[in-house]
Design a protein around this ligand. Sequence first.
Ligand code: BTN
Length: 243
Amino acid sequence: MAGAWRILERDSVGSTNDEARALAQAGDPGRVAVVARRQTAGRGRLGRPWVSEPGGLYLSALLRPALPAARAGLLPLAAGVAVAEAAERLGARPELRWPNDVLVGGRKLAGVLCEARFAPGAAALEWVVIGVGLNVQQRGPTLLAAGGTSLAQLGIATDPAALRGPLLARLDAAVAQAQGSPDTLLAAWMRRSPMLGKPVQVMTHAGPVGGSAERVSSEGALIVRTTDGLREIHDPDLVRVEL
Ligand code: BTN
């Protein structure tokens, strides 16, 4: 059984992902989560900012899971499933959009930003930072104007600190599935995703790719049927961190 998580609580940081990356690079053994009450330079996918006012959960988990590099694309899906399950426990009914957006009624409840380092020239993952931004108590026009929602907006009263434990426990379970039985993880992800079989436009660093979302591969890639045939799209933000 995996050991306990260490939680490092911060009041205000630039980005909890940056803090967790610094720990990784300093040799921290992992199973540590950095949480902050607010972030001044929260980062989202595709270089977008992540507005991080008090009231949200801003958590970055550092893990060193034994995982072949080819399967690293399953980690963003694992994170999405973990966040969805933690929200479901409170009565929310989130949907997942590849690779790891958590939506309710088409509005974004949470986002995940995974950053990983692979051992030089090796086929294995060295560490991964799984950053989760979950809208908990925020209300108000900024969130709504940005297409977001929050647990409070959905009528669910809780606070960010109460969500950490359940989220990390589900993250442990989902990462274990990525390591052992990806079919179970993929089924959990696909069960919550209405996008499969539908027309999609996926943003990649090379530009948008349009077509029909067919399925998610055993490596976590989205398979899209385009006019030029099947395209396999990997999460552009699961970046290889170079030291
Ligand atoms: C997205 O664009 O949907 C991903 C958002 C990820 C935001 C979280 S908040 C905690 C962690 N720290 C960051 O700077 N980003 C992630």
